[in-house]
Ligand binder design. Structure first.
Ligand code: HEC
Ligand code: HEC
Ligand code: HEC
Ligand code: HEC
Ligand code: HEC
Ligand code: HEC
Ligand code: HEC
Ligand code: HEC
Ligand code: HEC
Length: 402
C-alpha cells in the first residue's frame, strides 16, 4: 500500500505540477483567458495539456503580442478548413501519440475518401464538413459524452446543420428534407423517442469520417451489420445475383432508406409490383408467400382468442399458454426467414405452427368436454342436497307442530 502511494506521488504529482505551471505561464491563455476558461479547459485536449499553440502555432512564452505571433513561430491564425483537417488529422493519424489512448488513427485517411473530403481536397470547396464542424474546435468532448455533438442522439442534428439547409444543399443538388424523413422512420423514432442508441443514425449507415452514400452494392452490408438474420436469409434469395450485378439495392428496394417503416406482409402487395408485373411468375410467387404469412397471422389470432376464452370459462390453461408461446415464436421467425423468398421454408414453419395450433385446439376441446362432464356430474348432487334440505324442513315443521 505504502509503495503504491509513493508511486502515485512519483507519477501523478510532478506531471500535475508541470501541467499547472505550463497553463499559468502560457501567454496565449493569459491574453485569451475566455477561450481557455469557457471552452478549452473542459475539453479532452485541455485536460491533456494540449494548448493553443498545438493547433494555432505561435510562441506561448512571451506576453508581447507581436512576438507571440511573429513569423517563424509557426503561427497560422484561424485555420481554414483544409488546414483544420491537416492539424486535427495530423495528430490523430499519429500512431505513436494515439497508442496509449486506444483511439483509432484512420480519421484523416477515411475523411479523404468521404464525399466531404473529396470536395475539400479535390475542389477546394470549403462548404463541406471538416473535423471541427462535427466535433467543435475548442470544446471537443469524448464521443461517449452525452453533450458531444457526435453522441448518437445528437448526430442527426449535427448533420442537419448543413443537410437541412435548403440553399446550401441545392448548390450540390442534394435533398434537404432527409432529417424530417429520418425522424419519422422506425429508426428515428427508436432513437429520439425510446433513446435506443442501437438504432441506426446517419453515421451507422454512412460512416462518420468516410461519410458517403452507400453504393448499391454496399447497402446490404450497412443494414446487415445490425440486421444479421435478415441479411443471412436475403443471401439465399433469388435477388442475390441481381444485387451483385447492381440491378437490385439489397434492402432498400423493398424498405426504402431514410424513411424505413415497421415492416409487414403488406410489402408483398406494395413492393414486389414496383419491379415485377402483376400476374408475372415472380409476383405470383410473392402472392403465395403472402398467403402463407396471412394464414399464420390469422391462425395465431384464433389460437390466442381460443385460449383467452377458455381461461374466462374457468378452464385451467397453463399448458396451452406455454404452447401458444411456441406458436408465436414460429410465426415471429417467419419475418426474417421470408427474406429467402423460399415458399418451402415458409411453408415448413407454417406446418410447425399448424401442429402446435391444432394441439392447442384439441387440448382446449378436451378440457371443455371434461368441464362439461364435471358440471353435469354436479347436477344429481345438487338435487340430492335439495331433497335432503326439503326433508329436513318437513321434519322440522312437524316437530314444531307437535
Ligand atoms: C498580448 C496578448 C496576446 C497574446 C500573448 C496572444 N494573443 Fe492572440 N490575440 C490577441 C488579441 C487582442 C487578438 C484579437 C485582435 C486581432 O485579431 O488582432 C488575438 C487574436 C488571436 C487569434 C485570431 C485572430 C487571427 O486571425 O490571427 C488567434 C487564433 C490567436 N490570437 C491565437 C493566439 C495564440 C495561439 C497565442 C499564443 C501563442 C496568442 N494568441 C497570444 C491577444 C494576444
Ligand atoms: C485542438 C485544436 C485547437 C486548440 C487546442 C485551440 N484552438 Fe483555436 N481554433 C481551432 C480551430 C480548428 C478553429 C477554427 C474554428 C472554426 O473555423 O470553426 C479555431 C479558432 C480560433 C479563434 C477564432 C474563432 C473564435 O473562436 O474566436 C481564436 C481566437 C482561437 N481559435 C484562439 C485559440 C486560443 C487562444 C486557444 C488556447 C486557449 C485555442 N484557440 C486553442 C483549433 C484549436
Ligand atoms: C461528418 C462528421 C465528422 C467529421 C467531419 C469528423 N468526425 Fe470524427 N467522429 C464523428 C462521429 C459521428 C464519431 C463517433 C464515432 C464514429 O462513428 O466513428 C467520431 C469519432 C471521432 C474520434 C474518436 C474515434 C475513436 O477511435 O473512438 C476521433 C478521435 C475523431 N472523430 C477525430 C476526427 C478528426 C481528426 C477529424 C478530421 C480529420 C474528424 N473526426 C472528422 C464525426 C465526424
Ligand atoms: C496535439 C495533438 C492533437 C491535436 C492537434 C488534436 N487532437 Fe484530438 N486528441 C488528442 C489526444 C492525445 C486525445 C486523447 C485525449 C484523451 O483521451 O484523454 C484526443 C482526443 C480527441 C477526441 C476524443 C476521442 C474520445 O476519446 O472520445 C476527439 C473527438 C478529438 N480529439 C478531436 C479532435 C479535433 C476535432 C481536433 C482539431 C480541432 C483535434 N482533435 C486536434 C490529440 C490531438
Ligand atoms: C458543415 C456542413 C456539413 C455538415 C455538418 C455535414 N455535411 Fe455532409 N455534406 C455537406 C456538403 C456541402 C456536401 C456536398 C458535397 C458533395 O457534393 O459531395 C455533403 C455531402 C455529404 C454526403 C455525400 C452526398 C453525395 O451524394 O455525394 C453524405 C453521405 C453526407 N454529406 C453525410 C453527412 C453526415 C452523415 C453528416 C453528419 C455526421 C454530415 N454529412 C455533416 C455539408 C455538411
Ligand atoms: C438506415 C440507413 C440510413 C440512415 C439512418 C441515413 N441514411 Fe442517408 N442514405 C442511406 C442510403 C442507403 C442512401 C443511398 C440512397 C440511394 O442510393 O438510393 C442514402 C443517401 C444519402 C445522401 C445522398 C442523397 C442523394 O439523394 O444523393 C445524403 C446526403 C444522406 N443520405 C444523408 C443522411 C443524413 C444527414 C442522415 C441522418 C439524418 C442519413 N442520411 C441517415 C441510408 C441511410
Ligand atoms: C424483396 C423485398 C425485401 C427485401 C429485399 C428485404 N426485405 Fe426486409 N422485409 C420484407 C417484408 C415483406 C417484411 C415483413 C415480413 C413480415 O412481417 O412477415 C420484411 C421485414 C423486415 C424486418 C422486420 C423483421 C422482423 O423480425 O419483424 C427487418 C428488420 C428487415 N426486413 C430488414 C431487411 C434487411 C436488413 C434487408 C437487406 C439485407 C431486407 N430487409 C431486405 C421485404 C424485404
Ligand atoms: C445501427 C444498427 C442499425 C442499422 C445500420 C440499421 N438498422 Fe434497422 N433497426 C435497428 C433497430 C435497433 C431497430 C428496432 C427499432 C424498434 O423496434 O424500435 C430497427 C428496425 C428496423 C425495421 C423495422 C423492424 C420491424 O419490427 O418491423 C426495419 C424494416 C429496418 N430496421 C430496416 C433497416 C434497413 C433497410 C437498414 C439499412 C438501410 C437498416 N435497418 C439499418 C438498427 C439498425
Ligand atoms: C427493385 C426491383 C425489384 C423488387 C422490388 C423485387 N424484385 Fe424480384 N427480381 C428483380 C430482379 C432484377 C430479378 C432478377 C431477374 C434476373 O436475374 O433475371 C428478380 C427476380 C425475382 C424472382 C425470380 C424469378 C424471376 O422472375 O426472375 C422472383 C421469384 C422474385 N424476383 C420475387 C420477388 C418478390 C416476391 C418481390 C417482393 C417481395 C420482389 N421480387 C421484389 C427485381 C425486383
Amino acid at each position: 500500500m505504502a509503495s503504491f502511494i509513493l508511486l502515485f506521488f512519483l507519477l501523478a504529482v510532478p506531471s500535475a505540477v508541470q501541467a499547472q505551471s505550463s497553463i499559468e505561464n502560457n501567454s496565449c491563455i493569459t491574453c485569451h483567458s475566455d477561450i481557455w476558461e469557457e471552452e478549452l479547459k473542459m475539453s479532452v485536449h485541455g485536460r491533456e495539456n494540449i494548448l493553443c499553440q498545438d493547433c494555432h502555432g505561435g510562441d506561448p512564452t512571451t506576453l508581447d503580442f507581436d512576438a507571440a505571433k511573429a513569423l517563424g513561430t509557426g503561427f497560422i491564425g484561424v485555420p481554414d478548413k483544409k488546414k483544420i483537417a491537416e492539424t486535427c488529422g495530423g495528430c490523430h493519424a499519429n500512431v505513436e501519440t494515439m497508442n496509449f489512448y486506444g483511439l483509432r488513427t484512420d480519421q484523416l485517411a477515411r475523411y479523404q475518401t468521404s464525399g466531404h473530403g473529396k470536395k475539400l481536397f479535390g475542389e477546394g470547396n470549403a462548404k463541406v464538413a471538416v473535423c471541427s464542424d462535427c466535433h467543435g474546435a475548442h470544446k471537443v468532448l469524448p464521443i461517449a459524452d452525452p453533450n458531444s455533438p457526435v453522441y448518437p442522439l445528437n448526430v442527426p442534428k449535427t448533420c442537419n446543420h448543413c443537410h437541412g439547409d435548403d440553399k446550401l444543399m441545392s448548390e450540390f443538388g442534394l435533398p434537404s428534407g432527409i432529417f424530417k424523413t429520418y425522424e419519422a422512420s422506425v429508426h428515428g423514432k427508436a432513437l429520439f423517442e425510446k433513446k435506443d442508441l442501437s438504432a441506426a443514425n446517419c453515421t451507422s449507415c454512412h460512416g462518420s469520417h468516410g461519410a458517403i452514400p452507400p453504393g448499391v452494392k454496399d447497402i446490404g452490408a450497412a443494414c446487415g451489420k445490425c440486421h444479421v438474420n435478415e441479411k443471412k436469409y436475403f443471401l439465399e434469395s433469388v435477388h442475390v445475383k441481381a444485387a451483385e450485378e447492381g440491378k437490385f439495392s439489397e434492402c432498400i428496394s423493398c424498405h426504402g432508406n431514410h424513411g424505413v417503416q415497421r415492416a409487414s406482409k403488406m410489402l408483398y402487395r406494395e413492393a414486389c409490383t414496383t419491379c415485377h408485373e402483376q400476374g408475372s411468375a415472380a409476383a405470383q410467387e410473392g402472392e403465395k408467400i403472402f398467403h402463407v404469412l396471412a394464414k399464420s397471422e390469422r391462425g395465431l389470432k384464433t389460437a390466442e382468442a381460443l385460449v383467452k376464452r377458455a381461461s374466462i370459462e374457468g378452464i385451467f390453461v397453463e399448458e396451452e399458454t406455454g404452447a401458444l408461446e411456441d406458436a408465436k415464436t414460429n410465426v415471429i421467425s417467419m419475418a426474417p426467414v421470408q427474406h429467402s423468398l423460399s415458399l418451402s421454408k415458409i411453408a415448413e414453419l407454417y406446418q410447425k405452427f399448424e401442429e402446435v395450433a391444432q394441439e392447442i385446439k384439441s387440448r382446449v376441446h378436451k378440457k371443455r368436454q371434461a368441464l362439461k362432464w364435471r358440471r353435469a356430474a354436479l347436477i344429481p348432487i345438487w338435487i340430492f342436497i335439495l331433497m335432503m334440505a326439503c326433508a329436513l324442513w318437513i321434519k322440522y315443521k312437524r316437530l314444531k307442530g307437535r
